[in-house]
Design a protein around this ligand. Sequence first.
Ligand SMILES: [Zn+2]
Length: 431
Amino acid sequence: MELDYTKLYKGLGIDSAGPKTHQEQGAAFFTAGHMGDQINDRLDGYAARAKMTRRDMIKTSFGFAGILYAVNEITGMRFFDVDEVEAREPEAAIERAAMHGGQLVVDQHTHICWRKDGYVLGKNTTEKGMWFVNLLDGLGKAMGFENGIRGMTVENFGKEILDGSDTDVAIFNPFGFRESYGGKDMVPIEEQAEVKQRWPENTIMLGGGLTPNQGLGETLDRLEMFVKDFHISGLKLYTFDATPQRGWWMDDEKMAYPIWEKCRKLGIKNIGCHKGIPFGQFSAKYAHPEDFDAVCDDFLDMNFIAFHSAWPYHAELAGIGKGFKPQRTNMYCELGSTFAATVTNRPLECAHVLGTLLRDIGDDYVMWGTDSLLWANPQWQIEAFRKFRIPDELVEGHGYPQLTDEVKAKILGLNAARIWGIDVNTKKIMA
Ligand SMILES: [Zn+2]
């Protein structure tokens, strides 16, 4: 989550360290947002009825179902497929939670956030760089990583994402911005590669930190090194950067097209880019997605993935999607942080974002992502998504498609399986 959670979740306590269940981690976001007091009041009622405390209740599926039911009640709209019995009887909630599952889950957007020599202000980290480190550190502590950002490691990637959730395959993304981190990528590829070495069948590694403003020749050399020495499967780039130029565009024929041409030669077909969620000191201008339009047209044999679905500029992305440009078959978007930040605090916005993407970009092109470990264990997001629906009023009033089980299966895994070569039956990377 690159957005400033301290503003979005004013009630998120960062001193409540200690291991938490995934339901508790999700509950922390729902109850720290602006609906928090109303949700807690209702939870107190549900807990009392089941002769439990709220604190114990929120550790369980019963507590999580209660939260989702409370959101339906507070908003007066059916955002979640949760019935009253699930907020009344723990057994019913547990039974319903177990009913879902079985589908392929591919998380398009995951991270480790720690490197071995750490981030030391004045030594290998600038003040701008420290802003992001501190953001992740506080978030990690609030989510139960006792050592904050130091807990966002390779070890915990396996524990929380691969073992601790229904995620079958996790695609992991680098952080670059070496100007802010002592001339070395925030998460260097050598350290990232440990994830791939440990879980080769269940992870896909993306290369990143490629910034043409650092010099195009050097950028192309690094790309080649990523492919030849580290066997990356795709790219995740940032068009805003920490250089004096502040950013670049993917449709720049001089600065960017040589990168895509080289990718083509090296066999790299899937290019992701952070869009939307302008953060910290970076230039928001370069978080707009309009450069996807020309690059998608000019490199039809490659796929371009807008990370975060460019939220809050998702409507711009949708405006160059299939709904407006029927020829478009290579523009994808993913939901990392966008789903988590809206579903917990602004469910109406969440429904509009998903509805807009599905209507104008299409259900074959929207992919699941959670941005974990930034949001800790992703299981609560998976469960919230399985229960999420676009209320009938919005389907009728905005022409949004229904978020059916079939559409959810495509989003959760089938679309990603198609472009990344994941076997739908074994749920592993195809050899
Ligand atoms: Zn991310």
